[in-house]
Design a binder for this molecule. Sequence first.
Ligand code: HEC
Ligand code: HEC
Ligand code: HEC
Ligand code: HEC
Ligand code: HEC
Ligand code: HEC
Ligand code: HEC
Ligand code: HEC
Ligand code: HEC
Length: 405
Amino acid sequence: MMRRGVLLFGGVLLFAAQPAAFASSCESCHFESDPALVEGVRSSVHAQVGCHGCHGGNPAVADEAAMTDDPSFKGKPDRKDIPNFCGGCHSDVRKMNPFRLPTDQLAHYKTSKHGERLFGAGDDNVAVCADCHGSHGIKRPKDPASSVHPTNVPATCGQCHSDAAKMSKYKLSAAHPADYERSVHAHALRVRKDLSAPTCATCHGNHGAVPPGVRDVSEICGSCHIREAESFSKSPHAAVTAAGKMKACVSCHSNHAILHPTEDLLRTACRECHQRPDDNALDVRDEFLAGFGQLRRDLSDVSGELHKAAVRGFEVGEAQVQMEEAKTALIALTPAQHALNLVDLSKVIRENTDRLDQIRQSIKKKILSEGVRRLMFVPIFIFLLVLSIACAAKRAEVEQTNGRP
Ligand code: HEC
Ligand code: HEC
Ligand code: HEC
Ligand code: HEC
Ligand code: HEC
Ligand code: HEC
Ligand code: HEC
Ligand code: HEC
Ligand code: HEC
């Protein structure tokens, strides 16, 4: 009885392990030696392409002649040949059009450091298509299980770019993936699940993996940080960048370990390049530090006064609206600060000082008019008091007269 149960169970397992139907002799024969490989292909984006689509051979022949006797059989491609192996279909417009896929990957790859090094120097330590995509379980990039889904890209690049032994040969740092994981961008991607945050491939390109040049950097960062880039383009550093002497945004923010910037960055970043104590740049920096400081202090003071007035029951709706405007102006100053324009700074300070003065005035007025309103009760109270005394006196008088015998 027990034995029959085990046999039955084993039979069910065997049945479950056998795919419903093999699409080719390649699948059915290879399933015996490597079921994971075959299952991988069957659940991949290339399920329809099939083994023979990539490797050639005759999928209708049931023995090894399917491989050995067929001139189209390619066997296992050498690492160096993989780009052309995949590109054979992916660069072919006729093959890709029905699937509306672009055909530029191989062309872009050839212009990348990876491609240049592979085709130029025959160095196959660089990434080839299969390093980033896999070969037998390739998924669509949008699939969270794909090795090139944004959340997996850093680890995919990290296979090599975190490998110090491999990178030292090229004098490249192996810290980029770890630095990236500490950044605001990784935080947005991993903690806030914000897929619009950049990963390695957003900044370096999917296939054209090259470090962005000096001039590209502000454009790459600026494609998302539009206000900062606009202000930066009006700063004295724009011309310095255009002349190739400065690396735009990354000069102050770095490229991979980008952290949440505060005033501290303003305090430290300028010194990297402006070391002379009499450098005008440091005066500009100090004006901004003082300006930010004053605005934040004033805002917090007036905000406190406003809060107290609200707690005491004064109607402060209008002042609160003005307060929000003042806060917004301060928030907008951080991106605008990138222009390093003192005229703009003093304009913002003037406008906000006026706004905060108005709020102060309106709180004062409210308190004053409330006081006046309360004072108005005094004569009424005295009048009522006099009246009630008079009434009481009258009543006493009447009672006295009525009580007379
Ligand atoms: C009768 C079984 C059988 C059939 C049918 C078969 N193969 Fe194979 N194939 C093998 C064996 C055995 C090997 C060598 C051992 C190994 O690498 O798994 C092999 C090796 C390979 C290799 C690796 C070659 C190398 O250079 O290392 C590829 C690729 C391959 N087969 C693809 C195919 C394709 C495509 C088809 C269908 C057109 C096919 N096979 C049909 C049994 C088969
Ligand atoms: C998208 C193209 C593609 C498809 C489809 C594909 N292969 Fe491969 N195959 C490759 C590449 C690329 C390599 C070499 C790189 C590697 O080793 O991962 C490879 C390597 C192999 C090897 C050598 C051993 C190994 O595991 O690396 C075998 C065997 C093989 N393929 C069998 C198959 C079989 C069987 C199928 C169908 C079930 C199949 N392939 C479908 C691209 C493909
Ligand atoms: C025989 C032609 C052929 C070869 C060789 C081939 N592919 Fe494909 N590939 C296709 C087709 C066709 C599709 C579209 C399938 C679909 O959308 O259903 C595709 C889809 C893809 C996709 C998904 C694209 C998307 O956005 O949906 C990726 C990624 C991909 N292939 C990578 C590779 C890599 C890497 C290799 C080499 C290891 C390779 N392909 C080799 C034909 C091929
Ligand atoms: C250095 C890693 C890397 C290499 C090498 C690489 N890819 Fe990609 N590939 C990516 C990334 C990342 C994406 C995009 C993911 C996304 O859209 O979010 C991608 C997307 C694709 C797509 C989807 C359509 C498209 O163009 O966006 C195809 C097809 C593709 N790659 C094929 C190839 C082929 C063929 C090769 C080799 C010539 C190759 N890839 C080499 C990383 C790589
Ligand atoms: C299989 C290993 C491997 C993988 C995976 C890989 N790379 Fe590379 N990469 C290299 C090697 C090796 C070099 C050195 C080539 C050179 O400098 O000549 C390199 C060079 C680069 C460079 C040029 C650096 C320079 O200044 O020379 C960039 C940028 C780059 N890779 C980005 C990426 C990105 C982004 C990814 C993931 C999408 C990635 N790589 C995946 C091995 C890899
Ligand atoms: C926000 C954009 C951005 C992201 C995300 C990013 N990089 Fe970079 N990376 C850059 C810029 C800009 C440079 C060039 C900086 C310079 O010239 O100082 C660079 C330089 C590089 C270099 C060459 C510099 C060298 O000498 O070492 C490599 C390699 C590299 N990045 C790999 C990666 C990898 C791997 C990832 C993901 C873990 C990644 N990058 C993520 C912007 C980015
Ligand atoms: C693909 C879009 C994208 C690109 C490209 C990009 N970023 Fe970001 N960046 C983001 C997102 C999303 C956040 C998170 C926003 C947040 O925290 O509200 C962010 C956050 C930041 C922050 C922190 C802001 C804060 O208030 O804490 C800085 C600084 C920054 N990025 C600088 C850069 C620099 C420098 C580059 C170029 C090397 C760059 N970014 C490239 C999308 C991008
Ligand atoms: C000269 C140094 C410097 C350069 C160059 C620079 N930044 Fe900044 N950036 C700063 C400082 C300092 C702050 C923080 C100011 C503060 O909070 O007091 C900042 C703040 C930011 C913030 C956060 C804004 C916010 O609203 O909180 C982002 C995003 C940013 N920068 C992106 C960029 C981009 C994109 C570029 C290139 C176009 C760039 N930065 C160039 C110094 C610089
Ligand atoms: C990567 C180097 C670098 C960093 C970092 C840097 N600057 Fe500059 N800056 C320059 C160069 C180069 C010039 C043009 C030559 C000069 O006038 O010194 C310049 C010019 C200026 C100018 C115009 C010079 C003038 O005399 O009017 C101002 C203002 C300025 N920088 C402010 C700053 C401030 C503020 C910071 C910090 C938030 C900063 N810079 C950070 C490189 C840098």
